[in-house]
Design a protein around this ligand. Sequence first.
Ligand code: 5AD
Ligand code: SF4
Length: 471
Amino acid sequence: MTKTVYIKTVGCQMNVLDSEMVIADLKRHGYTVVDTPGEADLLLYNTCSIREQAEEKTYSALGKLKETKARHPEKTIGVMGCMAQKDQETIFRRAPFVDMVVGPGQLHAIPDMLTKVTSGEGRQMAVSLGRKDGKQTVVARSHETFDPLRDPTMRPTPFQAYLRIQIGCDKFCTYCVVPNTRGPEQGRSPEEIVSEARVLAEQGALEITLLGQTVNSYRHRGPDGETDMAGLLERLHDIDGLKRIKFVTNYPKDMTARLLETIRDLPKVSPYLHVPAQSGSDAVLKRMKRGYTIADYMEMFERIETILPEASVSSDFIVGFCGETDEDFQKSVKLIERCRFKNSFIFQYSVREGTKAAANLIDDVPREVKAARNNELLAVQDRISKEDNQKLIGGTVEVLVEGPSKKADKSDPEAPVVQMTGRTICDRIVVFDGNRRQAGQLMDIQIDDVSSHTLIGRVKTVEVVSLGMPG
Ligand code: 5AD
Ligand code: SF4
């Protein structure tokens, strides 16, 4: 008899990829995926710890399962991902009906844990070691990657795939929980990465997105010497079938000229660079322990402009970090105005247990001030994004078509014309009227209109000159 699994994923692309791996593994163990918790024997929640709000949402979703479990004690409930690693026993305390807690470095343990739960051995927990629980190498080994298993059906689209090149993070920004939940930074071996990329290409992936917390810091030492991000991109570029290579997220200090020149020289590599600044104020950056000043960030930004003028750069900002004054905040506004990012993700600071900021700094910016700064920064970024998008009106962009847009009329799956969506190589979102068969194609779209987040266009038609039929 087949068993059924429902999985709910929140958080970053790493989590989306982890869910893909876990589902591939469970399918090999006889599970099929279902779309609703009601139909499932196994309910998995892949969780995020980056901000308090994400965690509270998960705890409230788990709270709703209390009754489900009371009515169906035979169902198994598992919590995986960063919250599992961070909260561990607390999850069992706050949601006693949970059967399994699995950290992101222990996902391979799920099938064994399931056997134990279903054979009556009680609740199970598998987490990696904490950063101070042993020697660095031992801690690192407890955060395992789980990548060779893939399941194409779990991907965002059949022709787009994520590929992890690095796990963990050693930067220890004072606000961030990731070095604790994902462990020490480890680059996967280039051989493993390239062979996985080949398999993805054979399965139909046209675009791969390389994932790491600081992908451009990627390094791997092997018997043949050291490979860095530039070297890795060169090796991936040779793979037949792949058309686009993207990568997220970058760390400002590691955006070297060598890497930028490599991106410039490899046509399949996307010149979209997500390089979070986090703040425009040196004093705040120092308290965040980001390891650079605004002068350093600007030097990097100018290096991008010189070597890769066609690049599109995006950023993350945290507003309301400990001690952020109005003056500090205005410096973030100024940075957005100077760099004119393609887009910025803006977050209100949220204290994370276990971080240096939680231990040593005071969360002294009131909630309303955080919200007001968030809105102000978003408005500035939106205005700039719109102004820069307007420059694209009348031009043509090449788009990898992903599928019907969110606004597409889903009521009639046979409708000949639907709104389709895709992205340019610089990660700009484009919508146009087309048909479902165009998904997975690279198409030229002429841009007629724009908003701050979207380009609106139409399929560029090539004028065909009729020469008449011969004979
Ligand atoms: N509070 C608010 N935002 C945070 N981020 C990371 N940690 C926190 C926190 N404690 C943001 C950073 C990071 C993005 C993924 O999330 O901007 O780049
Ligand atoms: Fe967190 Fe900083 Fe590492 Fe990014 S670089 S994951 S913000 S510690």
